[in-house]
Ligand binder design. Structure first.
Ligand code: XMP
Length: 516
């Protein structure tokens, strides 16, 4: 394990991802964790992340000197670099001048462990106020910039390295190479953390946890629950039963996809519950978004609990259904407390809003993985691309994409319009470029149109294509006009009742991705 010590938002996750891209397993720990606890994890290397503080600010996070004296290779980045400097006796000046953004870095020593094979002049990404003016004793200065005399240093004997710039950021042209030099050359690690090894490790862990008992998993049709289920299926076979609740708010072909593709690829025992009537009846007359969400969540829990009781009744066994499989991802774990202990487990709704009082022990085989890694594991497990590369789709489904009351007729209209948009986006090869593209039916709005020389008075749909990295923020996607034109023509021709197609050009914030 490589420990990434988190000194501030954003940076640590990105560093952890880059380390994993170098095929070395990494974990994030908060900077408040005592050094002894960090070292007890037996890390093969430690990376100190950047952070928003100045090392001189009151209450600025510090690091125990022990970390540098344990014989574990350490790389300090930005704030971590300055902390390394001050902790070991170097000088960091409160210069008042800031270096921010793309910066030219001059590499002073070609024989450096980190800079080996990278150019003498290179573009890096900087973001700091204070600057290091003297390296600690025993260190060699390996780079500088116009403003910063000591922009990188290393002590190969003690295996301590520091970079003022952010190698994890794309704009640092040779950053990944420098990180890899630290991992492979500095820390002597090898790129052995592969998708195959993740699957093997998880399968073994699941077998140990579940033993001979039974487990259930709520499938939403999304990537995370599908991959989690496939992993557990690989580990314990028929001890797992998956439950897929068709709430009637799914998109065209969705249920069939889970029924056929997923089962074909995994051989999993699947229980499909057709609960469309129940959900649609419960939604009758409701147009308030929050109320819709609550109703859908509530009904989901009831159906799921009923399905679980049926599973127990249908296949009586001495082995209890003791485990619930969830597709919790690493960012969720980190965001709920740094992944430092079981106490921080967060209850997720990514399988559609499971009740918190279900008495199960959780199996969360994706707890250590980022989304792209989950996709790779899915591929390794033989899941089809249609599942593995799926764009996000909200648990409440089309129910929150009909502005106004949800009815069967409106769901049918929206399903058709949505299927056309998806078909055309796929045909244009744009699936990977966009994060998702909700199609929203403005069911309470009508406008006048003309079609076949006759007046129409139909509903508009809204296309909401967005690009995003994590759905926390998003930008509207600049789709090619010809693709938009095809979608528009087809929807208005093929979906009666829809006579207008509009495009949502709002980023998030201020808009959210979904309309409700
Ligand atoms: P918003 O609309 O909040 O959406 O910008 C952010 C991302 O989350 C998805 N989303 C949901 N996913 N249950 C889910 O599983 C939900 O209730 C839910 N609401 C929104 C949305 O599709 C987008 O990817």
């Amino acid at each position: 394990t490589v420990l990434v010590v988190d000194f501030g938002a954003q940076y640590a996750q990105l560093i952890a991802r880059r380390v994993r891209e170098a095929r070395v397993y990494s974990e994030i720990v908060p900077s408040t964790m005592p050094a002894a606890e960090m070292l007890a994890k037996n890390p093969k290397a430690i990376i100190l992340s950047g952070g928003p503080s100045s090392v001189y600010a009151e209450g600025a996070p510090a690091i125990d000197r022990e970390i540098f004296e344990a014989g574990v290779p350490v790389l300090g980045i930005c704030y971590g670099f300055q902390l390394m400097a001050t902790t070991l006796g170097g000088t960091v000046d409160n210069t008042g001048s800031r270096e921010y953004g793309r910066t030219q870095l001059s590499v002073a020593k070609a024989s450096s462990t980190l800079f080996e094979g990278t150019p003498e002049e290179q573009q890096v990404w900087m973001s700091h106020g204070d600057a290091c003016s003297a390296a600690p004793e025993g260190f060699t200065v390996t780079a500088s910039t116009d403003l910063v005399p000591v922009a990188a240093f290393e002590d190969d004997e003690r295996k301590l390295y520091g970079l003022q710039h952010h190698p994890e950021v794309m704009h640092s042209t040779f950053g990944q190479q420098e990180l890899e030099h630290f991992l492979y050359r500095g820390a002597g690690l090898s790129p052995s953390w592969t998708t195959e090894s993740i699957v093997d490790e998880q399968v073994a862990a699941i077998r140990e946890q579940v033993g001979g008992k039974r487990a259930i998993c709520g499938l939403s049709g999304g990537v995370d629950s599908a991959v989690a289920a496939a992993l557990v299926q690989r580990a314990v076979g028929d001890q797992l039963t998956c439950v897929y609740v068709d709430h009637g708010l799914m998109r065209k072909g969705e249920t069939e996809q889970v029924e056929k593709d997923f089962v074909a690829a995994t051989g999993v025992q699947l229980k499909v519950v057709d609960a469309a009537d129940r959900f649609i009846d419960a939604l009758a007359g409701v147009s308030d978004p929050e109320q819709k969400r609550k109703i859908i969540g509530r009904e989901f829990i009831r159906v799921f609990e009923q399905a679980q009781a049926e599973i127990v009744a249908e296949a009586p066994s001495d082995e209890p259904v003791a485990f619930l499989v969830q597709g919790t991802l690493y960012p969720d774990v980190v965001e709920s407390g740094g992944g430092t202990g079981a106490a921080n487990i967060k209850s997720h709704h990514n399988v559609g809003g499971l009740p918190e009082d279900l008495e199960f022990e959780l199996v969360e085989p994706l707890r250590k993985l980022f989304k792209d890694e989950v996709r790779m594991v899915g591929q390794e497990l033989g899941l089809p691309d249609e599942i593995v590369q799926r764009q996000p789709f909200p648990g409440p489904g089309l129910g929150i994409r009909i502005v106004g009351e949800v009815t069967r007729e409106r769901l049918d209209l929206l399903r058709e319009a949505d299927a056309i948009a998806r078909e055309e986006l796929t045909a244009a090869g744009l699936d990977r470029d966009i994060w998702q593209c909700p199609v929203v039916l403005l069911a309470d709005v009508r406008s006048v149109g003309v079609q076949g020389d006759a007046r129409t008075y139909g509903h508009p749909v809204v296309l909401r294509p967005v690009s995003s990295e994590d759905a926390m923020t998003a930008d509207w996607s600049r789709l090619p006009y010809d693709v938009l034109a095809r979608i528009s023509t087809r929807i208005t021709n093929e979906v009666s009742e829809v006579n207008r197609v509009t495009l949502d050009v709002t980023s998030k914030p201020p808009g959210t991705i979904e309309w409700e």
